[in-house]
Ligand binder design. Structure first.
Ligand code: NAP
Length: 265
């Protein structure tokens, strides 16, 4: 059995670790990374890097590499690859599971402003604050480039490229982040508004607690649409169980003399 994990997230790496820690006999695991981060944290197992060339390219890759199972464990804001995965899995007849961490929900004391997109977030900002902690990553900074009256602290793993806001300082860092650390960032930079994607998960959630404590507004960018009809699990443990069950079903089918299922040829 060959499993392809579309990765680039903590959960994708954790899934590869779970499968490596308790290996299923005969299971080969490959993780695919887009190649956006210069020095990514690599998961165990095989790793390939770079785009496939759209849904058709991914379907061809699934066939060429005899992939039997596909897990889309990409970031909830990676909208294109998830739709490509759904199309490619249908074309290549490979079972697909989405591993998508649940979004965040506001707690008492939070002042959240929902935005439909980064551009919508930029539209809201001038009436909410002057010193912005922008935690939406280095892609998409163009949406904020015209806000000359505001100062931005941009946190990203790699340095951002233009176009970006004129008045900006960069904080190169990657999660997980601690509550003490986030409190200190807000205090040191005299932040008065925070912008985040609704990424979900624990690794980057402490900024929300720190903002709540400091009484700061948070602009939360809503998730893009995800493909319909794809089964979703919230965590790596559930995804690992799905893989285990699929492998067991394959073994049972082979023992009963049934032809192999899935896209592997
Ligand atoms: P995207 O807009 O959905 O994807 C753009 C293109 O990048 C895809 O069409 C595909 O190229 C390629 N790609 C994306 N993920 C890939 C993967 N895991 N393996 C191989 N190719 C991949 O994605 P994005 O927002 O640019 O994010 C890129 C990667 O960064 C994702 O893997 C995601 O998990 C990770 N990430 C994204 C965010 C975020 O906020 N967007 C945050 C943290 C991590 P082809 O069409 O050529 O196949």
């Amino acid at each position: 059995m060959h499993l392809l994990i579309l990765g680039g997230t903590t959960e994708a790496r954790r899934l590869a670790e779970l499968l490596a820690d308790a290996p299923t006999p005969g299971l080969r695991v490959t993780t695919s990374l887009a190649g956006r981060v210069a020095a990514p944290r690599l998961p165990p197992g095989e790793v390939r890097v770079g785009g496939f060339g759209g849904a058709d390219g991914l379907a061809a890759w699934l066939r060429e590499h005899a992939v039997d199972l596909l897990i889309d464990a990409t970031h909830p804001f990676a909208g294109t690859i998830s739709f490509n995965a759904a199309r490619a899995a249908a074309t290549a007849h490979v079972p697909l599971l989405a591993l998508r961490r649940p979004g965040w929900t506001p707690a008492e004391g939070d002042t959240w402003h929902e935005a439909a997109s980064l551009r919508d977030a930029a539209r809201l900002l001038p009436r909410l604050g002057r010193r912005v902690f922008l935690t939406t990553g280095r892609m998409g900074l163009a949406a904020f480039a015209d806000l000359d009256g505001l100062w931005f602290l941009v946190r990203s793993v790699d340095p951002p490229a233009a176009p970006h806001p004129a008045r900006m300082e960069t904080l190169l860092d990657r999660g997980p982040f601690t509550l003490d650390g986030e409190r200190e960032v807000l205090r040191r930079h005299r932040i008065d508004v925070v912008v985040t994607k609704d990424s979900g998960g624990a690794a980057t959630a402490p900024k929300l607690t720190a903002a709540r404590e400091a009484g700061l507004p948070v602009v939360v960018v809503r998730r893009p649409a995800a493909p319909a009809g794809v089964p979703v699990v919230p965590g790596p443990e559930e995804a690992a169980r799905w893989v285990g069950e699929a492998c067991a079903a394959r073994r049972a089918g082979q023992a009963a003399g049934a032809p192999p299922a899935g896209g592997g040829a």
